[in-house]
Write a protein that binds this ligand. Structure first.
Ligand code: GDP
Length: 407
């Protein structure tokens, strides 16, 4: 009898120990990986989510029977102590934006789909047996339809005429290479497309880089500010957003939502408040926080040119009390064609534009606008928008763009 009781006790103890191992092992697998020591913004600085780790209680026979035979349900049926709601548990998870370097791959395919009708059209015309005046006129027409602009179109046609003559026999490969070279020359790979977003550590006191985002309503200005915040966060910068579009009620909320997804704080003012004072506060707070970059989303009502001039000019002047503005990015909707060029001229009169962001290039075959707008303003296209997705904003690359135009 004693022998039987002893055997039962040993069996229970062994089962209990085995159950403890199973339960602990499973819990360990559920724990999040320990955060890396990197302190740049992103998931790494977040506290580990709570609620998945519980203190290990000593194994019991009940736990043993619950854990051993039903591996998938064991942890669910086991009564867990309710975790205390903490700040970390209430903080929404941050997105990890896609690295900027990899974006070009996606960029190429989005562009080709909408753009290469121009390249295909040109190649077909240049491959004709006889390149008569009518054909050259058709070539001109294709370029004008793609919004390349009158002056660049004439230059390109002249260059193509000369080079085709020199070429003699025209193989499809020769024509493709020639056209690519000439388009690339018009896009001008020599322009400096660097985005100046690095913190001024040499300044006293050190201050963040300031980027003003300007453009008329509806071009994708707020969306671009949000996407750009992600680009910068992906590149390891800390970003503060300034919601200086105080006239469009939804703009500040929209911007704040973008910022929250990547841990960028948004400085806001009262509705219909003074945009310049919001911009000023954003730079002041970003300086105090030691942020790298401030992105200021401005209002874009264009119904009175004078009103816009006054407002934008004031925003820039007021912000410059902290130090010079590093970038003024003009956002243009590529689908609006010539209208976009008119807008570009108006804005260029108001502020010194340092770069152009062309949005909605995924939805148009009029990619020639890149050439026209750079010519008109003498300012490079620095970024292009290729869709409504959060990471559909890419640094502009002339060679990839020329390839996409040709298809
Ligand atoms: P804002 O008034 O200039 O601030 O314009 P919003 O940022 O609110 O954008 C207007 C609309 O354009 C939104 O529906 C955006 O999703 C859309 N949009 C912005 N950029 C792009 C882009 O690159 N491609 C496409 N297809 N849509 C875009």
């Amino acid at each position: 009898m004693e022998y039987i009781i002893l055997t039962v006790v040993i069996a229970v103890v062994l089962l209990g120990a085995a159950a403890g191992l199973v339960v602990n092992g499973r819990r360990r697998r559920q724990l999040p990986p320990s955060p890396p020591s990197d302190t740049s913004l992103g998931q790494s600085t977040r506290p580990a989510p709570v609620g998945t780790a519980t203190p290990t209680e000593p194994p019991t026979a009940a736990a043993a029977t619950a854990a051993a035979p039903a591996p998938e349900t064991a942890l669910v049926t086991e009564p867990e102590p309710e975790p205390e709601p903490s700040e970390a548990a209430l903080t929404p998870a941050l997105d990890v934006p896609e690295p900027t370097a990899g974006r070009l791959v996606r960029l190429r395919s989005r562009l080709s789909r909408s753009q290469n009708s121009m390249g295909k059209g040109l190649l077909a015309l240049l491959s004709r047996d006889r390149l008569d005046e009518e054909t050259w006129e058709e070539i001109e027409e294709v370029l004008l339809t793609a919004d390349v602009g009158v002056q660049p179109t004439q230059e390109l046609v002249e260059r193509l005429r000369t080079r085709v003559k020199v070429l003699g026999t025209r193989t499809p490969d020769d024509l493709r290479t020639l056209l690519r070279e000439e388009l690339l020359a018009l896009i001008d790979p020599s322009m400096d497309r660097t985005l100046h977003t690095a913190r001024h550590t040499e300044a006293e006191p050190p201050r963040p880089a300031v980027v003003l985002v300007v453009g008329v309503n509806g071009v994708g200005k707020t969306t671009t500010s949000g996407k750009l915040a992600r680009v910068l966060v992906a590149d390891g910068r800390t970003v503060v957003l300034g919601a200086a579009d105080t006239f469009r009620a939804a703009a500040a909320d929209q911007l704040q939502t973008w910022g929250e997804r990547v841990g960028a704080r948004t400085v806001r003012g009262p509705e219909a408040g003074d945009p310049a004072s919001v911009a000023f506060d954003a730079v002041k707070e970003a300086t105090a926080e030691g942020a790298d970059t401030v992105l200021v989303d401005t209002a874009g009502r264009l119904h009175t040119k004078t009103g816009l001039m006054d407002e934008l000019g004031k925003v820039k002047r007021v912000v410059e009390k902290h130090g010079p503005v590093d970038e003024v990015l003009l956002v243009l909707d590529a689908t609006t064609g010539q209208n976009g060029l008119v807008q570009a001229r108006v804005f260029a009169e108001v502020v010194d534009i340092t770069g152009i962001v062309l949005t909605k290039l995924d939805g148009t075959a009029k990619g020639g606008i890149v050439i026209a707008v750079q010519r008109q303003l003498g300012v490079p296209v620095k970024l292009i928008g290729l869709g409504e997705g959060a990471d559909d904003l890419a640094p502009f690359d002339p060679a990839a763009f020329a390839d996409a135009l040709i298809g």
